[in-house]
Design a protein around this ligand. Sequence first.
Ligand code: NAP
Length: 258
Amino acid sequence: MSRAFLLSIQNAVGAIGVKGRTPEASNCFATELNVIDWHDPSAWFNADVWVIGVKPNQFQTACVPLKSIYDAARHKPTIISLMAGVSLATLETQFPNADVVKVMANLSIATSKPVFAVNANRSLEDIPFADVLKILGDLVVLDEKEMHLATVLLGSGPAIFLAIQQRLYESGKKLGLSDVASLQLSQGALSGASALSVNQFMPQDIINQIASPGGTTEAALNVIEYSELLDCCEDAVVAACGRSIEISYNGQNNANSD
Ligand SMILES: NC(=O)c1ccc[n+]([C@@H]2O[C@H](COP(=O)([O-])OP(=O)(O)OC[C@H]3O[C@@H](n4cnc5c(N)ncnc54)[C@H](OP(=O)(O)O)[C@@H]3O)[C@@H](O)[C@H]2O)c1
């Protein structure tokens, strides 16, 4: 996720430095992204923004080398957290008096215009460098409770659509298509849906345009409605949201979000 985030902001900000878990990881990351290797924490004294994109259960460990630098820095960096399930309060405990922005996105931001769900401990207008997010993508500003739903709809959402694509692909293959043809057709379906789902269009209105009465789409949708497949979507969102809340509260030690 950090890689995708950096790729999405790369052209809009100044120097970017990266730190991985080990010197080798930092170097590898820096070379791949053509940014600066900042494994040595002393370089961070002058950074305006720190982006933290480890898994939530790695957060406390990742903070260890950051803490003393942060405490000693006269000019406190803006903290951007990509971590689902790490609350503002937890971040503020590690980084007292910092401007903190929680950002939820998904891996597609590296290649398409991002949608960022954001939640901050101050008004975004008052947070230095938060405006970069506004320039780069569509911002959905939420309160902390709503961020759990952003984690599910925006963060996990692509996997939900891909699970349906997987089933379409498997059906095509089972019913006689070659592996490659079925994969390509199901990819075309997903990218077609994505291209149509823009601006303020409601998905149901687009479905109505695709599904002519008595046609093939209607035949498929009738079966889907009948099987109550789509009803379980709400259960899936509720389950994932519950997990997000669980992770947030128990947090930092046992979280394992993706
Ligand atoms: N995956 C998604 O689609 C998605 C969507 C929305 C939000 N997120 C959020 O993005 C965050 C990262 O998720 P991910 O799926 O991208 O995880 P990931 O692939 O495991 O990436 C985390 C990176 O952090 C590194 N790391 C771990 N401990 C570190 C430390 N102490 N110091 C420096 N670097 C350290 C890891 O290195 P190692 O490989 O050595 O462990 C790894 O390169 C999570 O908090 C998740 O909630 C992810």
